[in-house]
Structures are given as structure tokens and as C-alpha cells.
Design a protein around this ligand. Sequence first.
Ligand SMILES: *[C@@H]1O[C@H](CO)[C@@H](O)[C@H](O)[C@H]1NC(C)=O
Ligand SMILES: *[C@@H]1O[C@H](CO)[C@@H](O)[C@H](O)[C@H]1NC(C)=O
Ligand SMILES: *[C@@H]1O[C@H](CO)[C@@H](O)[C@H](O)[C@H]1NC(C)=O
Ligand SMILES: *[C@@H]1O[C@H](CO)[C@@H](O)[C@H](O)[C@H]1NC(C)=O
Ligand SMILES: CC(=O)N[C@H]1CO[C@H](CO)[C@@H](O)[C@@H]1O
Length: 831
Amino acid sequence: MNTTTMCSLKFIALALILCAATFNLSADAADVSYDARALKIDGQRRIIISGSIHYPRSTPEMWPSLIKKAKEGGLNAIETYVFWNAHEPLYRQYDFSGNLDLLRFLKVIQDEGLYAILRIGPYVCAEWNYGGFPVWLNSIPDMTFRTENDAFMYQMKNFTTLIVDKVKEANLFASEGGPIILAQIENEYGNVIGSYGNDGKSYMNWCANFAETLDIGVPWIMCQESDAPPSMINTCNGWYCDQFSPNSNIPKMWTENWSGWYKNWGGKDPHRTAEDLAFAVARFFQYGGTLQNYYMYHGGTNFGRTAGGPYITTSYDYDAPLDEYGNLNQPKWGHLKKLHSLIMSMEKILTYGKATNKDYGGMMSSTVFEYNGTRVCFLGNANNRDAKTINFEGKSYTTPAWSVSILPDCVNVVYNTAEVNTQKSVMVKKLPLEAAPKRHYDLEWLWRSEHIEHLKTSVENSGPLKGVTYANQLLDQKLAANDTSDYLWYMTSVDINEDDPIWGEEVTVSVQCDCQILHVFFNGKHIGSKWVTNGQYNFLFERNAKLKLGTNSLSLLSVTVGLQNYGAHFDKANNGILGPVKLVAPNSLEKDLTSNKWAYKVGLNGLERRLQEVDIKHKRKWHPNVPFDRMFVWYKTTFKTPKGEDPVVLDLWGLGKGTAWVNGHDIGRYWPSFVADDNGCVSFCDYRGAYTGSKCLTNCGKSSQRWYHVPRSFLNDEDNTLVLFEEFGGNPTFISVQTVTMKSASAHAYEGNSLELSCQGRVISKVNFASFGNGTYGSLHKGSCHSPNSLSVVKQACIGKESCSIDASEQTFGPSSCDAPMKSLAVEVQC
Ligand SMILES: *[C@@H]1O[C@H](CO)[C@@H](O)[C@H](O)[C@H]1NC(C)=O
Ligand SMILES: *[C@@H]1O[C@H](CO)[C@@H](O)[C@H](O)[C@H]1NC(C)=O
Ligand SMILES: *[C@@H]1O[C@H](CO)[C@@H](O)[C@H](O)[C@H]1NC(C)=O
Ligand SMILES: *[C@@H]1O[C@H](CO)[C@@H](O)[C@H](O)[C@H]1NC(C)=O
Ligand SMILES: CC(=O)N[C@H]1CO[C@H](CO)[C@@H](O)[C@@H]1O
């Protein structure tokens, strides 16, 4: 699949004189403006290092710790989109509760003393279902999305105004003393504007003018929008933005620095190395950038039906600096933290200094920033293979391939993006301690089956039936189901008598489908299923079925796995069964059912009966003796909450595809049986050279998502109910409840530096490896020159502690018997 996430931002600079008249500026209101160099807060140019955290992709209970860890990681701002279809799931019915409490999220950011960037959109892309648009927009007459169209502009204005009013009322814009320093209207429209012709251009201008009328008192941005009107800040999204040049009088801002990449069902795990990400960031600042945002800093989880795509996995980990569960993704988090603190320490010089670039050929460059007699220097090597040595101001410097060295005094290199001195942490999922002695979690399962919908009479005489609607045509699934469920039944019937030319024992049921998944039932019996595995969201289903005299019923269940979220006119992409649907006899005569009368039923019967809810009494019982490998089955069990604080996951290995609920909370779609193919993974990831989403993949030949996050706030103190709807067939007895813990940490330091290790809240229990000597840097090998008391020194310093710090020096380890020029310390500890 080739969905690229490119979602953009716009910036409207408001004349602050006007704002002052509009608002009662409170004492701590901040004045946000900008010039060609940087964003200015209270008149001072600032460097903004921001990270995306999307509030619905975690829980309010997780927000304080995520934002605290972002601050500790050196960020001074948090960015989020606003998700229209989550907030207004039904026309003019709003939801700002739980993890949709945008104002609470913004207040948590404020409480940590960070700035916020609010990308309202309201188109958001974001691998989010339908790019954030409510599907009900389609039922408004004369609606065309994202262009000069009155119906669309009215709805966009209605929602955007609602959000701005709420945020203003809570005094959350910087102009009112709040954290929000920037807001965005639309999103990466420049990537698609060409497809909308002149109307696209006037729509974009309308967006800008409309945004300005909202008088928020802080600038507006438009990302990926090179022809944005002068009142907007156009910004860059991408893996690298050092070559980006903004419009005139606009600072260089990078609103989406993709810290990793997302994953599809059937896809592999993407990784963007810490070295390459740090290189991109350092280079951006070397070349005059002053605001950059990690997309994502914490990716999180696509709970419920929020994943877009189609086929975006429930995990939205993104290989971000904080992992899906909120743990530090090391070394990425720590390596960037060091870079951030260095960049921030040079804020004044980078934003006010005069920059002088020098090119040395072979992709090697230097930049000197000078301000008020102080200087800082960058040496950048964009060569993707070789280190380069240059003479810089009378001294010789070697810069590794694809790296930037930072010299805060223009003499000493204190940071190089390719030299990672942060620990690498290995996280594992395992049974909680209290369950570990048993191999299985010993869950007791109950089950019941899901109803197969089919017509008992001819469709012409059918109905009215409860929850069933009729049409004399095949309907697009989005429009027929309003996105209230993944599941839509299309049902019709065929009356056959002996004179019918197609009468015979067998026919082929032929369904042309714009589906993601299709299950076909003929006369109430399942005759086959088909789903997309190659990124092409349409296929022809053909399977034989037994015909009978009289009325034959055909039930087609089309299943969506997230609606498309990106591309010009993505909202118009077909969904479901649009035909033709035919019965084809062996003699090639056929009956075309496309224009038959069709009966439609949205959703699962089990959900109508609220089988996923805990406190509902069900008339029909759940049964013991669960069946395996049977499709359309509901499973239920109870499990104990694992002790402690570690994040909780369900290992759903053994299941096919479906949805899981814990205590009534929808934890998202699961599909552990969808295995990534065997090709294209690497065992060693070379950080050098431009990153793309297909570089440095792992997890080939394995389940594309086996573990599913259950936030602790979804759990009770003791017993919990887990309900599964299994669509394909699987075996629930392999399922276990696990926790995510840190298994080990390893790190290296050159002589003269100190090595830091932490088990992130756990205690270091064992030293697996320690060597001070000349083993190869970056690996856990003893060189021939090795200090014999390495292990005992490290044990002494670390065992029983949560973290430890050891100087890599002869003072610590004693004089070594041999004389190696480049000694280093390598340690691995067990947590
Ligand atoms: C979808 O929702 C809209 C707005 O709430 C409503 O007008 C329309 O009738 C709904 N369509 C269907 C098929 O339920
Ligand atoms: C949004 O639409 C509702 C009617 O559906 C209306 O009452 C409200 O005033 C509108 N809001 C704005 C800002 O236009
Ligand atoms: C410039 O440097 C001098 C001396 O180091 C210092 O006193 C002064 O405050 C600096 N000026 C600015 C604008 O930073
Ligand atoms: C380590 O140092 C010893 C002694 O100087 C030398 O013989 C050996 O080749 C070195 N090993 C490495 C990997 O540099
Ligand atoms: C989508 C996007 O912004 N791509 C940009 C990534 O960065 C490179 C290098 O700066 C640009 O050439 C791309 O246009």
C-alpha cells in the first residue's frame, strides 16, 4: 500500500495590535509573532522543539506522564491535531469526554510549562479514519470536500469555530495566557491542490481568510502549502527539511519530522535510527531552521475504529521516541535529548546570530553562527558512505558519514549525531510474575455464535424488518452505514424455477467488490471469504454454490478496516459492494443481480445485544467448550489485573481477525493471523543515507501485530472481562495477559566519558557484560586489551540500583596492562 502521510499546516499572522483590542489580555498573556528568522514570544526570537502526541491515542491517565517525559526529553512544545469525527460522531452531537477531552489535554501541557501547537485542520490525515472527516458530511446535499463548496465550507467553519470558541473560553491561546502559540488551518493541502483546479486555490484563500476572522491572537500555519497567502506561515513536512525555503518573511519551520513510520496490517516494523533522526534535526538547525516538530513523539494506539488507511494497524507506535505504551524508546529518546539541550543552549546565537556557510565539496560543509562576540559551529557531512576530514579554523576534524558535529565553542566537538552514547534498552512482553509459574494464563472461556443474516423469503416480499433498509441498487458502504460499524450486510434473493435457463445444480457466485474483506453466504451457508493482501482495495470474488428451486438467498458481508485518509478526493474512494453481482451458470448464461432489490443491515447482531458490555444480562447464555477455527464467534473470559505499574498487553496469538473489548472498552481491531511476508527485512540497519518508510524493516514472516495495548485505566482492581468477536476463526486458548518490561540495557562510552545506565524504575539485578578495553565500540566484545576487574567494578557500581553512572577511565578500572589508543567501556545489565 502506498498511502503517504503528508499532512500540512498553515499559519496566519494576526496583527497583534488588533488582537489586543479584541481580548482582555491577562497579565501573563504572551505576545506571539514572527519574523523571517523565528517565532517571537514577547518580542524574543525562540527555538521551538515540539513533538506530536495525539490525545485520543492514549488515555487521560497517561497524558501527564507522556508530557512529562516529553519535557524531560528536551521538548518545549507539544503538537496535536483535533479529530472532528471523534468529537462530532453524529451531526451536532458532540463528545469531549475521556480521551477526547481536548481542553484537559491542553491544560496538562500548560501545567508542565510547555507550549502547544493546535492543528485544527479539520482535515487531519494522520492515518486516522477518513482523515478525521465525519462520514455524515456525505448526507448533506451538494457536498464536495476540501474545495470551494458552500456546503463543505459551512460545516468546516461550524466545527472549527466550535473548537476555537471552546479553546478561547478556557483561555488556552497564548494571547490569553494559555500554552497555544500556533494554530493550523487545513493540512498539506498543497500536496493535492492541483487536483482541485481554480476552486482549490480559492478554497485555500478562503481557509486563510476564515482563520483570520477567528481572532485567536496567535499566528496560523499552513503546512506543505507553498502558495499560502502572506498572512499564513507555510511550513515543511518530511523526513528532512534542511533544504526547505519558506515564503518571504516567514521563518523556517518543520511541522512534521517523521520520527519513524506507521504500519499496515501485513506490514513489517519500520525503524528510523536515532543517528539518522538526529542528523536530520541537527542539519535543519545548521541551515537556519528554528521550529521543528517530531511526528510522532508518542504515536500510541488506534483504539476502537479510529485507524484509517485502509489497513492501518491498531498499534500506532511509529518507532517514536516514546513507544506505544509510553516507555522511553532508547537510544532514540536519550540521543535526541542531548541534542535538544545543546540546541536550546545556543538559542540566542541560532536565532539572532549571523550564519556563514562554507562548502568543502563532497557534501561536507561548515556553518558558523556569530552573535555579540560569541560563536557556535556546525560541521555537516551529508555523504552517505564516507567520513570526511577537513581543516576547520586551523584544526583537523573528522566527521563520520551522514552526520553533523556540533561545536558550541567552535573548537571542541561535544555532540556528533552518529555517535550514540545513550543506552539501548531491550523491552520484552512477558507473563506477570504472579502468573509466570504456570505456562498458560489459564483463562476460562465461554462462547456464543454471531447471527448470520439472510432473507427467509424473497426480497420482494421481505420486510419491513427491524434495522433493515432497502434500495433497488448496490450502495456505497460509507453512505449506507454512515461509518457506524465496520460491518454491512448486503442481502438479496433469486427465485429459480425449472424453466429458468440458468437452472442446474451449481452456479458461480461472482461479486465485484471495492471491499477490504468480503464474506459470502448462499442460502445461509458460508461459501467463501476474500480479503485484500496486496494494497489493491478491490477484487473479484468467484465461488461455486448449490442452487435450489424456489427462493435462493444471497448474503454478502462487507467489512471495512479503516477508511482512506489521504490523497486528492480520498473521500470519494469507493467502499463496499458496487457490483456487478452475478450468478453464472456452467453454460455461461448469467443472472445479473446488480439492480435487484437489496436489503441492508448495518453492524453485528452481537453488538446490538451489547455482548461486549459487562453489566448487561443476556437472555441467551454463553456456552462452555469453546470451538476453534470457527468463524463468527464471540468469546468471553475474565482475567486478573497484573500487579504493579508496567503497561499491560494482550497476546492474541492464535486468533484470526476481529475486535476486542476489555471491561467494555474497545481496544481496537486485532488481526494477529496477518503475517508479514518474508522479504525485505534487515538484521543490521545502516543509518547512513536517506531514510524511507521501507528502510530498516524488521519482523518479516511474523504476525504484523500480535500484542494489543490495554491501558491500565481500562482495568479494574481485580477481575476484568475480556470479550472478543472473532470473524475469521481462531483459538483463544493461546491468549495471555502480559506486561511490558525492560529486560536489559546496554551502553558504551569512550575513555574520559561517563557511561549511564537505567532500568527505568526497576532495579539492576545482574551485570551480563562489562569490559573496559579495546573491544569494538558499539558491540559487546572483549578486545585483547581488557581490564580484568571490569565486571567487579561495574557490579559494585550498579547492582541493586535503579540507575548507575561509571567513569570510563583508568582511575575507575585501574591501569591496564596494555596500551591501546582508543579504549572504551561497554556494559550490559539485566533489569
Ligand atoms: C447518516 O447521518 C446523517 C446525519 O446524522 C443522516 O442525515 C443520514 O440519514 C444518515 N444516513 C444513514 C444511511 O443512516
Ligand atoms: C453550527 O450549526 C448550528 C446548527 O446546526 C448552529 O446552531 C450554530 O450556530 C453553528 N455554529 C456556527 C459557529 O456557525
Ligand atoms: C553582549 O555581550 C555582552 C558581554 O558579554 C553582554 O554584557 C551583553 O548583555 C550582550 N548583549 C546581548 C544583547 O546579548
Ligand atoms: C587491542 O590492543 C592490543 C594491544 O595494543 C592490540 O594488540 C589489539 O590489536 C587491539 N585490538 C583491537 C580490536 O583494537
Ligand atoms: C514531503 C516532504 O516534505 N518532502 C520533503 C522532505 O525533505 C526533502 C529534503 O529537504 C524535500 O526535498 C522534500 O520535498
